[in-house]
Design a protein around this ligand. Structure first.
Ligand code: IPE
Ligand code: IPE
Ligand code: MG
Length: 233
């Protein structure tokens, strides 16, 4: 099986998972963290080199305050419980998004794990946190302009180097759970040629087996990058 080098996931459906069970949305988020933990480990075992999890979008700030608070509390406990395990699995943690805008406890917990896993080489785990694709593109434009980079030097490569994912390959496969068919401002520049995989499964029910099914589906695709099928045959 051809394992994608970079998998990006939109972990959606925690709220509906909880609602279906008559539980508060926060229980869905809690169950979602368990699913994330298992998927991280399986990706690492399968030899995925970059895994990006959409953890909190810029737009998610508009949710009820209590839900936002719970999400960051869960993130802090995830960092505390999983930090050592990430290091032990040789997984490097990165955040795609502005850390300084996060609640203090989350910022500190993340910084700690980012630091302690900085030398890990088996897989990079990117948490897209406080992330927005358009915002990321505008940030890159501002940074290039502020440095006075001449227009002819603004190449795709130069641009990529200004994104949060600088130095990492583009996602090969984008997975979205919960039956929604949209990108929700995720990796707009990087996902230009990603294969898209959608499943009705709510994120908390997305098991390592479901991940393998998505990878199998990816293996049935022909990535043409603008060429004809015959050219690639
Ligand atoms: C995804 O699940 C988690 C975050 C966006 C943080 P949702 O909370 O969006 O769940 P639904 O879409 O309401 O079911
Ligand atoms: C996308 O899910 C963001 C995350 C998974 C963190 P949303 O639930 O926020 O997306 P929309 O609002 O349904 O597009
Ligand atoms: Mg949602």
């Amino acid at each position: 099986m051809n394992i994608p080098t970079h998998i990006a996931v939109i972990m959606d459906g925690n709220g509906r998972w909880a609602k279906k069970r008559g539980l508060p949305r926060t229980e869905g988020h809690k169950a979602g963290t368990e699913a994330a933990r298992a998927v991280v480990t399986r990706c690492r075992e399968l030899g995925v080199r970059h895994l990006t999890l959409y953890t909190f979008s810029k737009e998610n700030w508009s949710r009820p305050k209590a839900e936002v608070r719970t999400l960051f509390e869960l993130l802090v406990s995830f960092m505390k419980s999983e930090g050592p395990s990430l290091k032990q699995q040789n997984i490097r943690l990165k955040v795609l998004g502005e850390l300084d805008d996060l609640p203090l406890a989350a910022r500190q917990a993340l910084r700690h794990v980012i630091k302690s896993t900085a030398d890990c080489t088996e897989m990079t785990l990117n948490l897209a946190l406080n992330y927005g694709g358009r915002d990321e593109i505008l940030r890159a434009c501002r940074s290039l302009t502020a440095r006075g980079v001449p227009p002819e030097d603004i190449t795709e490569e130069a641009f990529q180097n200004e994104l949060w994912t600088a130095g990492q390959p583009d996602p090969d496969l984008v997975i979205r759970t919960s039956g929604e068919y949209r990108l929700s401002n995720y990796l707009l520049f990087q996902a230009a040629y990603a294969e898209l995989y959608f499943t009705d499964t709510y994120w908390p029910d997305f098991t390592p087996e479901a991940l393998e099914k998505a990878i199998q589906d990816y293996n049935s695709r022909q990535r043409r990058f603008g060429k004809t099928g015959e050219q690639l045959a």
